[in-house]
Design a protein around this ligand. Structure first.
Ligand code: ANZ
Length: 973
């Protein structure tokens, strides 16, 4: 009986679907287990063998937990909004919804083929209006909330309004915009409705603000930092400028500290935690304010000595080294700093303006990376040192970033390398107080030594004490205080794209208004073109039906906008991360139309127990999701403020790209690798020359990518396929070796553009899904990156055939045979190892354990049901189809998925007898198996009575018999 995997796999996939074997119930007495894989973006290319790696691991664990008696939630869905479908729409006019649907269907086919235990009844698609209704809902919740630093949590905006009404905002401690004015209760109550709304926007957790963005006029969109390379757009190479635009932002900064603290509570990989920690970038230091000296008097150098103050302007800096304040030699403002225009003297104006304009062209990322260029301009203005009252020149320089700290620094050349380089370059004087003091970089850079001399109160203090002391002194004179600063910025939430969630927002008198929940979802309008409008508005600006009628509560034609009852709707859409930031909670109750989930569902499932996905989401999806989860927790919607207890990053499966050499001067001539390898030998060289006509001096080679599908496992190229591949290769000629053309290989990321993608469909066809699943695990530890090599799959495939044979060879009739001690020992050591492996996510080692087990049972000719049945359960998380089939053939009804995991029993591993080496005068002559619990005397008697002993002694009486129970017997005679 052959192992007909195609038939078996199709049969059980159908069975699981029809019987909803993996449907999870929200109401169960069993303990819950929530296993989640990061849901995919359904791209047009389909799945390659790298994608299922994490899914297989999650699937094994889910199936294992089911055997262990858990009610397992293991859902799957699609992150289906996104750029590729939109770009395709721009090129072809095909609606992104159609492209997306098509791609999803293809993904679903591929996923089904791999035999995953997903509960498909819970599938979500982020681009589905029934789903994004709840993304819009969360947005509204965030809009209606503020962050109260006193209670250290988000609260409903109504609590803020009632404080404003009673006492204004003087006692409010909130995360809010920097430019929030202070006002009294009387002021508040006198504000117009619009003024009140404007104030509230400064507090809301999602807010509209003028934000500096990377604007690409040619593409008509804002770009993220990583979409810009060398100052131009990655796509198309168009210029990018920094521009202020009104955008929705998420006040994630309110959660900076809690996002850091929460990392201690979760079992996530350390590198991932480190990147979140760095991204949040907590710095402890002080904020120090410097008064700006009177601009009038700044004009001539003599006058600067004057201490006459321009009382209006102060420069606040953030510094991690307030103890170095006596070393301040100049100040540097970011070119975008709001004071620049105001304090610049007329003499410096032209130079400063030119500089500011030049910086606007550089992206923030470039400016950060570019530590070597020193550039800046003097503003002509001076600030006053808060202690020494010395005048300090104020410069602008693009090494100071507008978006970090306060966008201004006190520059200390003796403490900071960049400040030092800057001072040297522009010949800025270092203060007199350093005369006679060691101001070398080393002396001050070493934090543990006393930092600053020549101040009355810091002399002789250690770094730590100096830090404390200076903050006290700054507070005394009202010029500063201790401050913690975070590198984390609020997250821009608007995109000028079509294929994303529409904001549930319309505008009355320029102020945003939310659409009521009962009228959601607000569905994407139809547009004729998916590009920005001619006036530079986002694609939704092309919609003709995109106005909100507040009487009818529905979307109506733009022609009806009267700003009385019909208002314009928001034209931006939400970014890619919106739909994925709460999807794990939505899976708990995905068909609920009245709430994002029911209280019962969230109370039962609580949080994700195991989350597996790629490490590329460290500071995107995984940070935003933690932020929204904390917000949901604050508002009382979820019971846990971290959404996933344990997270594993699966390693990447890399591709083995193939390349063929081509003669650079003869693009139609390709050279086999073995020919290339010896092209410097005279004979080969002559051969190439004769073939190509290229002379010695000129000959050189290029490496040309070849689709891995055209290459066999011996690296031989199918030249016919290659010629038919692309028109430029149609007339390819080959310099062969032994009639063959060989390629060379390189390990790279698996990607369509590298032609090294291996498709799981073909593998399932040839070897079956169970082989593919086992092989992906067998490749190596889950977390490591490893190259794909299809040739290796035959090993696990023949193992499955052996497994099949073990069950079917005895035609499954002798299955009632009593298990032998050996059988049980093999089984129980396998149970022990597999259980430990799964618990430790060490799936690769289980595969080899199965191989050993099947080899042993085969040589033991095991036909016992008491052994084969539990073995089928052990195998089922890994190779579920074959396990189901064997389970059924053993006479069971129903799915093996329901069977309890076999119980490991130590007693079967304990040896009950010992094979004693029997020696005569120290020489081992034969072995004798005896029970381990035999007494010394009985052992002696048994050995002496044995035939072989008699043979050795030949009638002599032994002089002495030495017995070491459990070890040896030695007869001296
Ligand atoms: C004086 C000083 C003396 C500083 C010294 C450092 C060493 P982190 O750790 O990154 O928080 N800084 C502040 N705001 C900046 C901005 N917007 N752009 C560029 N640099 C900025 O570093 C904070 C330090 O970076 C601050 O402390 C400030 O320089 C600079 F011996 O102030 B320091």
């Amino acid at each position: 009986m052959n192992y007909d995997f195609q038939k078996i796999e199709a049969k059980w996939q159908k069975y699981w679907a029809e019987n909803e074997t993996f449907k999870a119930s929200n109401d169960s007495d069993k303990p819950k287990f929530y296993a989640l894989s990061m849901f995919p973006y359904p791209s047009g290319a389909g799945l390659h063998v790298g994608h299922p790696l994490g899914y297989i691991a999650t699937d094994i664990y889910s199936r294992y937990k089911r055997h262990k008696g858990f009610n397992v939630l293991h859902p799957m869905g699609y992150d289906s909004f996104g750029l590729p479908a939109e770009q395709y729409a721009i090129q072809t006019g095909q609606h992104p919804a159609i492209t997306t649907e098509k791609n999803i269907n293809r993904y679903r086919e591929q996923l089904d083929q791999l035999g995953f235990s997903f509960d498909w009844s819970r599938e979500v698609r982020t681009s589905n209006p029934q789903y994004y209704k709840w993304t819009q809902w969360i947005f509204i919740q965030l809009f209606n909330a503020w962050y109260n630093k006193k209670s250290d949590k988000a609260e409903n905006i109504s609590s803020l309004i009632s404080i404003f009404e009673k006492e204004g905002n003087v006692n409010v401690e909130a995360t809010c915009d920097d430019d929030t004015p202070s006002f009294s209760a009387a002021d508040w109550n006198a504000f117009s409705e619009k003024e009140k709304q404007e104030i509230l926007l400064k507090y809301r957790l999602t807010y509209l603000a003028d934000t500096e963005v990377n604007w690409c006029p040619a593409l008509g969109t804002v770009l993220a930092n990583d979409e810009i390379v060398n100052g131009v757009s990655e796509r198309g190479g168009h210029p990018v400028i920094r521009k202020k635009m009104t955008q929705w932002s998420m006040r994630i900064t309110a959660y900076a500290q809690r996002l850091l603290d929460g990392l201690d509570k979760i079992d996530w990989p350390q590198p991932l935690k480190d990147s979140q920690t760095n991204w949040i970038g907590r710095s402890v230091g002080a904020s120090v304010t410097f008064n700006v000296l009177d601009a009038e008097r700044n004009r001539s150098d003599e006058d600067v000595i004057s201490t006459s103050l321009n009382h209006l302007d102060q420069i606040e800096v953030f510094t991690t080294r307030p103890d170095t304040i006596f070393g301040v030699s100049f100040m540097t403002l970011a070119p975008e700093h709001e004071l620049v225009a105001k304090i610049t003297t007329p003499e410096q104006k032209a130079e400063v303006e030119a500089y500011v304009e030049a910086t606007a062209k550089r992206s923030e990322r470039d400016r950060m990376a570019d530590v070597k260029t020193i550039s800046g301009v003097f503003t002509g203005a001076y600030a006053e040192h808060p202690f020494t009252k010395e005048p300090i020149p104020i410069w602008i320089g693009d090494y100071v970033l507008a978006s970090y700290g306060t966008g201004a620094v006190m520059a200390v050349p003796c403490g900071d390398q960049r400040d030092y380089d800057f001072a040297k370059h522009y010949n800025i004087a270092i203060p007199n107080i350093f005369e006679g003091v060691d101001i070398s970089q080393e002396a001050f850079a070493d934090k543990e030594t006393t930092v600053i001399a020549n101040s009355d109160f810091l002399n002789g203090l250690s770094y730590k004490d100096a830090m404390k002391k200076i903050i006290v002194e700054l507070e005394k004179i009202g010029h500063g205080e201790g401050k913690v600063n975070y590198r984390l910025r609020d997250a821009v939430f608007s995109r000028q794209r079509y294929w994303g969630e529409p904001f549930p927002v319309y505008y009355v008198d320029g102020m945003p208004q939310m659409i009521d929940l009962e009228h959601l979802p607000l569905q994407l309008p139809e547009v004729e073109k998916y590009l920005p409008t001619e006036t530079g508005e986002p694609p939704l600006g092309n919609a003709t039906e995109w106005a909100w009628d507040t009487d009818k509560n529905e979307v109506v034609s733009n022609d009806l906008i009267d700003h009385k009852t019909v208002f314009p709707l928001e034209l931006n859409t939400m970014p890619g991360w919106a739909g994925s930031s709460q999807y794990f909670n939505r899976y708990m109750d995905p068909r609920n139309d009245d709430a994002i989930f029911s209280p019962e569902a969230i109370n039962y499932w609580q949080d994700v127990d195991l989350y597996i996905g790629g490490s590329e989401h460290a500071t995107g999806h995984l940070l935003y999701s933690r932020f929204w989860q904390k917000f949901m927790f604050d508002m009382g919607y979820v019971p846990k403020d971290e959404f996933a207890q344990k997270l594993i990053n699966q390693g990447m499966i890399t591709g083995t790209s193939a390349f063929v050499y081509r003669v650079a001067q003869r693009p139609d001539v390709f050279v086999s690798k073995d020919v290339f390898d010896k092209h410097e030998d005279l004979e080969t060289f002559k051969r190439i020359q004769a073939f190509t006509g290229v002379s010695v001096a000129n000959l050189s080679f290029d490496a040309i990518r070849v689709d891995v599908d055209f290459v066999n496992s011996s690296d031989e190229l199918d030249v016919i396929k290659f010629r038919n591949w692309q028109p430029e290769f149609k007339h390819a000629k080959f310099i062969e070796e032994d009639g063959l053309v060989k390629v060379f290989r390189e390990i790279e990321k698996m990607s369509k553009s590298k032609y090294n993608v291996v498709n799981p469909d073909a593998i399932c066809e040839e070897y079956g899904a169970d082989s593919l699943r086992l092989y992906e695990m067998f490749l190596g530890p889950l977390e490591q990156s490893k190259p794909w090599n299809t040739a290796g799959i035959t090993g696990v495939h023949s193992f499955l055939k052996k497994l099949w044979k073990l069950y079917t060879n005895g035609s499954l009739s002798g299955v009632e045979a009593e298990p032998t001690a050996e059988n049980l020992k093999t089984l129980h050591k396998t149970i022990k190892k597999v259980e430990e492996d799964i618990e430790n996510f060490s799936f690769n080692t289980s595969v080899s354990t199965f191989m050993i087990c099947v080899n042993e049972l085969t040589s033991q000719k095991c036909t016992s049901k008491a052994v084969l049945e539990p073995l089928a359960i052990l195998v089922s998380p890994y190779a579920p189809h074959i396990a189901e089939e064997l389970w059924e053939r053993l006479g069971n009804i129903g799915s093996v998925a329901e069977a309890p995991f076999p119980k490991f029993e130590e007693k079967f591993l304990v040896e009950s007898s010992k094979e004693y080496p029997i020696s005569f005068n120290g020489k081992m002559r034969f072995k004798l198996e005896l029970p381990l619990d035999m007494s010394k005397d009985d052992i002696e008697a048994a050995v002496l009575a044995h035939e072989k002993t008699k043979e050795q002694l030949q009638g002599r009486d032994p002089k002495k018999v030495i017995v070491v129970p459990g070890k040896i017997v030695n007869i001296v005679g």
